[in-house]
Design a protein around this ligand. Sequence first.
Ligand SMILES: Nc1ncnc2c1ncn2[C@@H]1O[C@H](COP(=O)(O)OP(=O)(O)OP(=O)(O)O)[C@@H](O)[C@H]1O
Length: 271
Amino acid sequence: MRSGTAVAEQSESRPGGDATRVPTVIADELHIVYRVNGGPRGKGSATAALNRLIRRKAPAGMREVHAVKGVSFTAYRGEAIGLIGSNGSGKSTLLKAVAGLLPAERGKVYTDGQPSLLGVNAALMNDLTGERNVILGGLAMGMTREQIRSRYQSIVDFSGINEKGDFITLPMRTYSSGMAARLRFSIAAAKDHDVLMIDEALATGDRKFQKRSEARIRELRKEAGTVFLVSHNNKSIRDTCERTLWLERGELVMDGSTDEVLKAYEKETGK
Ligand SMILES: Nc1ncnc2c1ncn2[C@@H]1O[C@H](COP(=O)(O)OP(=O)(O)OP(=O)(O)O)[C@@H](O)[C@H]1O
């Protein structure tokens, strides 16, 4: 269940809740479990999957991955929050759950406003030109045609796609993976988001683009949204976020100021 009223109610009743700030996301003892078909001995093969579909039989060996285990936190308007942890610790899963893309096994996520997840895999249409994708992407995020028209040039300029020629009028399949990722980020960052979640986006562009995106994240924060950033780059987290959540094996190890959490993380991992 997601509702703005629930956010307000819960923050007031929650011990330690700060009544002077506006909560945007509350995760309350959240558990996320993936269920994967196919056990050992080749049951995960395409033939086995097809047989199951044709016979409509329940899969023999359903396996579960408990990716997020009892995570609780409250995010407030104006905060930029980093998510760190080793590979497979549950960072992307947690963001997808906040975005409403994965159901909770137990516990709840409350959000105030529309969360948008900007992953490096955010879908744009490969056969369409960059220009068409800017328009479609903007419409998909809920911008009006007028808003898109007025921000079109700044989206293209921000992406830097046209720095080496007129690429924006070419199909996206002609872009390098870095160019495509930059355009995705630029489209998503053009809107003022209530809750913007960025998964590794900063790792994809070159250094110059990373700097620009960091600056834009700071702006979005000022425009009163909440930003979540998943990154393996401690410097990006340090430059962008004042608060950091550290996940390990699906559990929240630490939630505190970025300085404090990164110090503990770097000590533990040697990174
Ligand atoms: N679609 C899926 N089906 C089954 N298990 C999944 C799926 N996606 C992720 N997992 C599992 O859930 C756990 C958490 O994965 P997740 O991608 O959230 O980690 P992460 O911290 O974002 O990792 P990384 O830093 O490598 O991106 C891992 O054990 C992973 O194998």
